[in-house]
Design a protein around this ligand. Sequence first.
Ligand code: PXP
Length: 238
Amino acid sequence: MLLGVNIDHVATLRNARGEFEPSVLEAAKVCVNAGVHGITAHLREDRRHIVDYDVFSLRHDIKCRLNLEMAATYEMKKIALELMPDACCIVPEKREEVTTEGGLDVYSQKDKIKEFVKPLIDAGIKVSLFIDPEREQVSAASDTGVEYIELHTGAYSRAFGSKREEAEFFKLRQAASLANLLGLKVNAGHGLNYKNVHRMHELDSIEELNIGHSIISRAIFVGLDSAVKEMMNLIYKN
Ligand code: PXP
């Protein structure tokens, strides 16, 4: 399994003061020097953390895989085709939410999603759909032409250590197996932290984990380089 660090909350902190620190670019460089596989940034419609300048400077100055998270809107497609990230993860977006609360409903808008992702795929961008670990969402995703899905691990992460953990983990296991069967490559992320990430090793062929909040939070206490390396030790050990 590989690690992609979601850098959004460095921008959250920067924007709290409305100035330039901490620098998203410098943070990304620390992650890359620590050995991560990729940098993930979510350009939200309301630009609450990452802004356009961040993704273009990341693309220009960072020599590592850039994964752009974005909603399926005309504006974002235009930016993605100009930016040409290595990968794009299509996520649902609601203005009021604190973070991406649920997966994209591919099942009920399969044709729309298929049409949306085609120009991105044709341009050579690896597209993934961020979905809940549900059979119908995985099957629908495989009909859209994407190469990847990213399984939403939020419910598992919230349930970790409680009676619901096994049930939520079982959903991830089933979804990952089905995706593999259908020829989809599988990433996962959301809510993963130093305590709950180890169970990702039990899933079928997860290619990459995208982790943000727990790493940036840990960085406050131990520094970003150590926070990233601690997570890499947990992820890369098998
Ligand atoms: N993957 C996706 C698609 C996300 O939307 C997010 C949150 O922005 C993450 C991964 C990372 O989640 P977290 O910050 O909880 O690690």
